[in-house]
Design a protein around this ligand. Structure first.
Ligand SMILES: [Zn+2]
Length: 841
């Protein structure tokens, strides 16, 4: 009843009569006093804070309550009490509203806390229990790792596919498996020795347990752990990228297969290194790039085998390697990090190497580091701890000294797969053999001392002149044993196999007569008091004397008569002018008629220029010889290019590219044999003259290989000039001897020291004036006879390393050769004899 009374209008403003209660305007008893009263904001917590702190309502709201802990504890603050008093409603309702507010005003922390709480997946626990405590389910929202079915990257069934690894035939043993295998072997050994292994039962039981309690998922084949699941799939074939398979020569395919078998452990799972010792021009670089590319992209488990690889090489070849990557794999296939130590600043090198070393997995953007030996040695600390998948050591004979800094620093890298590339045949020196193999496969031959005891000493003892039959036999056995182990990890093919797909190569050793002037000076020099002293073992500078004679054989212009040929003034013709010492005008004529070699050279160049579009490479050990040839070219207006040791790498490449361009006007390329950089490829030329011989047959072979190599389209003509009967023939004979004797190479230094014995010196300075070819005389050749010692019988087959099997051509035989340059020489008297090798007979 009272309610009803309240509903009645209480004033003149009581216009709400007749409306439902909630729609009526509020009754205001005293409007003036109500309006003048301070405002009360309905949900008080904040407003009170505002009033007490004097802060604006807005900022207070944004900030939220100062502390939740008080509220959570249920402690009633003075503010709350205030609320209770002021609020019209009951306490209970207020407290409820307070909680609601708390939630509403919660900050991110609170939300995050809620969201972070682990969810429990229904039934998950039960499943866990049944399988005996498998790992808990992944947090919600985490994608379960997909089970990757390993697939080969390239189709192994394709007609042209080259399969490096066929899992149906053999199995690559992973490192984990190898460990397990080792363990099993150790256990078996222990068992054999009667040691009880109580653990033995355990794995059996475990296995059974799992089998009995297989979960539904397992039965359906949806196994729990994706990695376990992946293990169940068989290995996949590894196939050479078709873009490389297309260009690889048969011997290169064989080489890549060899490399892959070694580094993947198919030869020996504990020895993943090897030595690639193919001769120049067989494409060692391409074979290694094919290997690296395969490992970077493929593996027996369908994933890549390695993340990163290092190519270490002489600094002059760093650029070359980077170019080769682009050349064979295409632009952008691999972005290498190339550091040659010259163009990169030291501190940049350090930070680049640190970054490279830290990158892992997908963060590896530059998987291949190309670096010079020097720079790597200095910065090897920055690569410590970084796992390197593959190490390619180009010109790896630098590692033949096991005590050198280069060896130890490279050896400290964390890398199992190590490939040594070397075009230089490995010397017959056993300690070098050991060093190289021990680098590739540490521990394969035991320690240095083991090796000495087991192999080196017995083998050397067997070779000793005083050894008895027993020692000889033992030595041979040990050598056989060693080569059985070692041959598994070394591949070496000779240039001969190139002949299958390269054009024909005609290689000539041309024995050149000295000019009248040279002849007189030669006689004068070898009979001079200095040389006589030298031959008695009193003189001290045999090297200098050898050098002078070699220079004289090239051209008298190389000699400083006042200092080096004292007392020879009366032997110098009146018309003689030295083109070097006189200097003078750019177009000075070179007196070619005072040198046998230059007479031939001049005629060769003239004939090439007038009768063909062939190009020719001229190589000498002496830059001064190149100077004279350059003068000669300029005088005759022959376009020529020149590369020697002083030129930087970028310029070199430009020069080489220019020369190889068939449109370029230069048809002569002058090259210093000391310029290094074996990568120089001069296939634009199909002719090459080696003006003077080097002590080291390998360096001559490197020079020769610049022309007759992959990409060459024309028949090639190689000429090696050797002065008849002179010191050069002696050098050549020593070379050939070394070539035929197990192709070993001796250090130049050591070589010269051996020459210092007076016996050897006497031989060297002996001048055989009467002969047309001292070397041929020494062959005691049975195929050449008659008054002019003409070759009557051809050899059954020509062996490149053995000049006795080559064609022997005397002066009259020049007329019938198949080279128009040599035919032309029949009219002149400069050539006394020729050995000819033909690659395709
Ligand atoms: Zn002969």
């Amino acid at each position: 009843m009272g309610r009803r009374l309240q509903n009645k209008p209480t004033s003149a403003l009581g216009t709400g009569a007749g409306l439902p209660k909630d729609q009526r305007p509020r009754t205001v008893a005293d409007p003036v006093s109500t309006l003048s009263k301070p405002f009360k904001i309905p949900f008080k917590t904040r407003s009170s804070a505002v009033t007490t702190n004097g802060k604006s309502v807005r900022s207070a709201r944004l900030k939220g309550p100062a502390s939740y802990s008080e509220m959570a504890d249920g402690a009633v603050s003075s503010e709350d009490k205030e609320n209770e008093v002021i609020d019209v409603n009951g306490n209970v309702i207020i407290s409820k509203k307070k909680n609601a507010l708390k939630r509403l005003s919660d900050t991110n922390d609170f939300i995050e806390n809620k969201l972070r709480k682990t969810f429990t997946v229904p039934l998950a626990n039960k499943v866990n229990n049944s399988t005996g405590g498998a790992s808990p389910p992944p947090p919600l929202g985490t994608k379960r790792k997909p089970i990757m079915v390993p697939r080969p990257l390239h189709d192994p069934t394709d007609e042209t596919a080259i399969v490096l690894y066929d899992p149906t035939v053999e199995k690559i043993i992973s490192d984990d498996d190898l460990e397990a295998l080792d363990k099993a072997i150790a256990e078996a050994k222990a068992r054999d020795e009667g040691i009880e292994l109580p653990k033995n039962e355990e794995p059996e039981l475990k296995k059974k347990n799992i089998k009995v309690q297989r979960s539904l998922r397992e039965m359906l084949g949806i196994a729990k752990n994706p990695e376990d699941a992946e293990k169940k799939f068989p290995d996949v074939p590894v196939v050479i990228d078709p873009k490389l398979a297309k260009i690889l020569r048969p011997h290169q395919v064989e080489g890549v297969k060899f490399l892959y078998r070694c580094v993947s452990g198919l030869v020996d799972p504990r020895a993943k290194g090897c030595i690639m010792a193919d001769e120049m021009g067989l494409g060692k670089t391409l074979q290694c790039i094919a290997l690296m590319w395969t490992l970077l992209k493929q593996g027996p488990r369908g994933k890549k085998s390695i993340d990163k690889a290092i190519v270490v090489c002489p600094s002059s070849l760093v650029r070359n390697w980077a170019n080769e990557l682009v050349k064979w794999l295409g632009e952008g296939a691999v972005t290498p990090l190339a550091i040659d130590g010259k163009t990169t600043k030291p501190n940049e090198v350090v930070s680049a190497l640190q970054q490279w070393s830290l990158a892992k997995g997908r963060n590896v953007v530059r998987p291949v580091l190309i670096i010079s030996y020097e720079t790597l040695r200095r910065n090897v600390e920055n690569l410590k701890g970084c796992e390197v998948g593959l190490l390619l050591a180009d010109e790896g004979h630098r590692l033949k000294n096991g005590d050198s800094l280069t060896f130890t620093s490279l050896d400290s890298l964390n890398c199992k797969r190590r490939v040594i590339l070397s075009g230089t045949p490995i010397q017959n020196d056993l300690s070098e053999y050991f060093a190289l193999l021990n680098f590739a496969n540490p521990g394969l031959l035991g320690t240095r001392n083991d090796f000495r005891k087991n192999f080196e000493l017995p083998i050397l003892r067997g070779r000793d002149a005083d050894s008895d039959e027993k020692d000889v036999k033992k030595g041979e056995e040990k050598l056989q044993m060693l080569s059985t182990i070692v041959s598994k990890f070394i591949i070496r093919r000779t240039n001969d196999i190139l002949s299958k797909y390269l054009p024909c190569k005609y290689e000539h050793v041309i024995f050149v007569n000295l000019s009248e002037m040279q002849l007189k000076l030669y006689r004068h020099f070898i009979t001079s008091p200095d040389i006589k002293k030298l031959l008695r073992g009193v003189g001290s500078q045999p090297l200098k004397a050898i050098g002078l004679l070699k220079k004289l054989c090239n051209h008298p212009d190389l000699i400083n008569f006042d200092e080096e040929f004292q007392g020879s003034e009366h032997l110098i013709p009146d018309d003689y002018v030295n083109s070097i010492s006189v200097g003078g005008g750019r177009n000075k004529e070179v007196q070619t008629w005072h040198s046998g070699k230059f007479q031939i050279l001049e005629r060769f160049l003239r004939t090439i220029r007038s009768e063909s579009n062939d190009k020719i490479v001229l190589i000498s050990n002496y830059t001064q010889t190149l100077d004279i040839i350059e003068k000669m070219c300029r005088f005759n207006h022959y376009g020529s290019l020149r590369l020697d040791g002083t030129m930087n790498i970028n310029k070199r490449q430009k020069l080489v590219d220019r020369f190889n361009d068939p449109e370029s006007p230069e048809f002569i390329f002058l090259l210093s044999s000391k310029a290094g950089g074996c990568g120089i490829n001069l296939i634009g030329a199909n002719r090459l003259i080696l003006i003077d011989p080097d002590w080291n047959p390998a360096s001559d072979q490197q020079a020769l290989a610049r022309v007759w190599r992959d990409g060459q389209k024309k028949d090639c003509f190689i000429y090696r000039f050797i002065t008849t009967g002179s010191i050069e023939e002696k050098i050549f004979q020593r070379q050939s001897m070394k070539m035929s004797l197990s192709s070993c190479v001796v250090d130049e230094k050591e070589d010269v020291e051996r020459l210092f014995s007076t016996d050897n010196l006497r031989q060297l300075f002996e001048f055989n004036e009467q002969t047309i070819c001292d070397t041929h005389d020494s062959f005691k050749c049975k195929r050449c006879f008659g008054p002019d010692s003409k070759q009557k019988i051809k050899a059954n087959c020509m062996l490149y390393g053995d000049a006795t099997s080559w064609n022997h051509i005397n002066h009259s035989g020049l007329k019938t050769t198949n080279d128009h340059l040599l035919k032309n020489e029949a009219e002149f008297n400069s050539i006394s004899y020729v050995f000819q090798y033909i690659s395709h007979v």
